[in-house]
Ligand binder design. Structure first.
Ligand code: SAH
Ligand code: DHB
Ligand code: MG
Length: 222
């Protein structure tokens, strides 16, 4: 089984079922033109986030790691009328691209991109009593995953859904001896989630246009 097959299947699923539209495609195009790395979620992954958020009936979403706003648009499209999404991004250039992409997609008033270290922005959100959020998507620097998860919990209520991207890392997550800081970050996250009685959690391996990786899904139950 090769990455060619994974790409072909993702292309097929995207064309037949997912149907991303002009605004999503323009967001990717302008992200690439601005030199942003091509690490946004794939179209099927974006639609999965959208559907999970819609199932949840979201009014208030928190995203950690904006890039060009591609996943932000998928999530914003799940918002109930009057709902809002706050997305945290350290790189002002990424944030500027994301804001333009979000505005074109019609979310200038519903989406806020906050520039800064996510750990600082999270503290700020807590001070502002911005939570509780209905849905949290964690997709920034992987070393800080465990801290992001702790903040996500603080900003949650019973019933909040937390999704974490990139938790399999080509299978390296199973290697306890890995010296890759991202892998160590994911393993620390998994320990933190496993030790946390407030959540029920699983993780799924995925293949597709983004290669071999996976996501974790946690439900806040208390
Ligand atoms: N969620 C996006 C992809 C995010 S890529 C999508 O799927 O479309 C990860 C992003 O996290 C990058 O834009 C990077 O600049 C940002 N990032 C990295 N470290 C960060 C930090 N400490 N605080 C906030 N954002 C960070
Ligand atoms: C990387 C980050 C991501 O969020 C992703 O989905 C894929 C790759 C990275 O930093 O390499
Ligand atoms: Mg990711």
């Amino acid at each position: 089984m090769s990455t060619d097959t994974w790409n072909a299947v993702d292309d097929y699923l995207t064309a037949t079922l997912v149907k991303p539209d002009a605004d999503l495609e323009a967001a990717l195009r302008d992200s690439e033109a601005a030199g942003l790395p091509a690490i946004a979620v794939s179209a099927p992954q974006g639609k999965l986030l959208h559907l999970l958020a819609r199932i949840q009936g979201v009014r208030n979403i928190l995203e950690i790691g904006t890039l060009g706003g591609y996943s932000t648009i998928w999530l914003a499209r799940a918002l109930a009328p009057g709902g809002r999404i706050i997305s945290l991004e350290i790189d002002p250039k990424h944030a500027a691209v994301a804001r333009a992409n979000l505005a074109r997609a019609g979310f200038a008033n519903q989406a806020q991109v906050r520039v800064g270290r996510a750990l600082d922005s999270l503290e700020e959100l807590a001070r502002e009593s911005a939570g509780p959020f209905d849905f949290v998507f964690i997709d920034a620097d992987k070393q800080s995953n465990a801290e992001y998860f702790a903040w996500a919990l603080k900003l949650s209520r019973r019933g909040t859904v937390i999704v974490v991207d990139n938790v399999v890392r080509k299978g390296a997550v199973a290697d306890a001896a890995s010296e890759d800081p991202a892998v160590q970050g994911v393993r620390r996250l998994n320990q933190a989630m496993a030790a946390e009685p407030r959540v029920a959690v699983t993780a799924m391996q995925t293949v597709g246009a983004k290669g071999y990786d996976g996501f974790a899904l946690a439900l806040v139950v208390a």
